[in-house]
Design a protein around this ligand. Structure first.
Ligand SMILES: NC(=O)c1ccc[n+]([C@@H]2O[C@H](COP(=O)([O-])OP(=O)(O)OC[C@H]3O[C@@H](n4cnc5c(N)ncnc54)[C@H](O)[C@@H]3O)[C@@H](O)[C@H]2O)c1
Length: 239
């Protein structure tokens, strides 16, 4: 049990990578709060679905207070909720830009600003931002998404510095997945995915469990000397 007695909040926990992270954490002994725009239903007794939009700052404040009142602490925050609105820059509307920035970048800021004081008070914690290979290397048609994913790596490094001051040990890291088999990929045509498979050393897309395993390592005490690190999990897509 690598997360025994830990309380973990996972955003975007209703489906895809986030859901897999919730289930993995639960198997490892954590009490998990799966935050999503649409409340997620889970079979497991130790996963609690919570309807919350990461862009709603007032609701987040109420959420954090409620979780602390109920569970006494928050040990792990996984900032996983994310969206895409893809277009080449000359076709990208302001609405497309704003929507992605609001969820993927400001949402991560909102959640971390609300929950990090709880961790700082406890003197320990682990925050993991879900970035992307697109944030590391860019991608055609994803100016907005690339900006947010590079941004969550930048915020991660900033928070690793801020949250280790005054003797605190709140570690902050990010995981940058390559292309992973989830609903998000359903909008991407095979003519785009096939060359990606070819360029990936391991010759395939990733599975949500392979991302969740990396997140589990960073959430657990096994990574107790790891902070400020971006862990690429992309099958060797980029070397
Ligand atoms: N799938 C991939 O190939 C891939 C690759 C790299 C990075 N990522 C990143 O991994 C994360 C998860 O991706 P996924 O493929 O599982 O996506 P997904 O679309 O399957 O799931 C995303 C979840 O986030 C929730 N969500 C969206 N906006 C929200 C909001 N404002 N507030 C609360 N919840 C919200 C959705 O309801 C959904 O349940 C995202 O940050 C994504 O950018 C995914």
């Amino acid at each position: 049990m690598r997360l025994k007695d830990k309380v973990a909040v996972v955003t975007g926990g209703a489906q895809g990578i986030g859901r897999c992270i919730c289930e993995t954490f639960e198997r490892e002994g954590a009490t998990v709060i799966a935050v999503d725009m649409n409340k997620a239903e889970f079979e497991a007794a130790n996963i609690h679905g919570y309807a919350l939009n990461v862009t709603d700052r007032a609701a987040i404040e109420a959420f954090t207070n409620e979780i602390v009142a109920k569970f006494g602490k928050i040990d792990v925050l996984v900032n996983n909720a994310g969206i895409t609105r893809d277009a080449l820059i000359n076709k990208m509307t302001e609405d497309m830009w704003d929507a992605v920035i609001n969820v993927n970048l400001k949402g991560v800021f909102n959640m971390t600003q609300s929950i990090s004081p709880v961790m700082m008070e406890n003197g320990q914690g682990s925050i993991i931002n879900i970035a992307s290979v697109v944030g590391e290397y860019g991608n055609v048609g994803q100016s907005n998404y690339a900006a947010t994913k590079a941004g969550v790596i930048g915020m991660m490094k900033t928070w690793a510095k801020e949250f280790s001051r005054k003797g605190a040990a709140v570690r902050v890291n990010s995981v940058a997945p390559g292309y992973v088999n989830t609903d998000m990929m359903k909008t991407v045509p095979d003519k785009v995915l096939d060359p990606i498979r070819e360029k990936t050393m391991l010759g395939r897309l990733g599975e949500p469990q392979e991302i969740a395993n990396a997140v589990l390592f960073l959430a657990s005490d096994e990574s107790s000397f790891v902070t400020g690190h971006n862990l690429s999990v992309n099958g060797g897509l980029r070397l």
